[in-house]
Design a protein around this ligand. Sequence first.
Ligand code: CP
Ligand code: NVA
Length: 308
Amino acid sequence: MNHFLDIHKTDRDELRDIIDTARAMKTARAGRPRGTPDDAQPLAGRMVALIFEKPSTRTRVSFDVGVRQMGGQTMVLSGSEMQLGHGETIADTARVLSRYVDMIMIRTFDESVLLEMAEYSDVPVINGLTDRTHPCQIMADVMTFEEHRGPIAGRKVVWSGDGNNVCASFLHAAGQFGFDLTFTGPPPLDPEPVFVEAARKAGSRVEIERDPMKAVAGADLVVTDTWVSMHDSQSTKERRHNLLRGYQVNDRLMAAAKPDALFMHCLPAHREDEATSAVMDGPQSVIFDEAENRLHAQKAIMRWCLGV
Ligand code: CP
Ligand code: NVA
């Protein structure tokens, strides 16, 4: 069963194939209206459940459009409208959904929900973000980097800010795609050691540098994300902002990276907090390519999951 649960759980060669497929599919339908079907219809006759226990713009729309372009059908479900969390076990939910649909994408809070869903589902399960990781985003980000700058292997990526779920998937990708990653942020918001160690074990050079100006020296890519994630309590907002203020990505920080360094943010962003509008709308920013590539990367992920 090909579940897409995390980047480090998928074989390196298969990850590479997914990126290559995504780029080929993007090229094949370039310039067409979004609503036109792809020439090939690998998801014809397939039903995909998209379950959201947290809000979403990109993930929701890109999965829905992607399934339709490949000839399949979707149903978008909100966790609160289902029996999830109302006493029925995740295992039973997974077994029931497997009788109705051909694939499940779920965005949830606790990673254990995703893992239990995958364990008991008879159909592929895709991680659409948990509190700990966001693998579909980073597949799109790797694709985006390579479209602009060629192979990501051997490059230096700098993560500035909160060592959160998106950062964790970047660390998984560092190990699998062979790039180096420097984290710069305050100690209380470091990525979990298990993610850092996994990347190092996989051969990636991972450094932690508290001074953001030093961290970005030689960077090919500078990445940040919101300072308060969906799973973070709003009561922590002020403390987080105080801790992270020095890690804002602004023109001064970008000027200390390589002159051709790219800037990424998975969005949604809080402009003038984690990144300035000058950087987000500037010539080094590829944030809207990242958003577009969610569509293409996830189409390739879904084909891999179903083997079609
Ligand atoms: N980047 C991302 O996953 O965005 P959404 O929360 O809008 O899906
Ligand atoms: N770190 C953010 C990513 C949103 C796509 C969050 O989890 O809210």
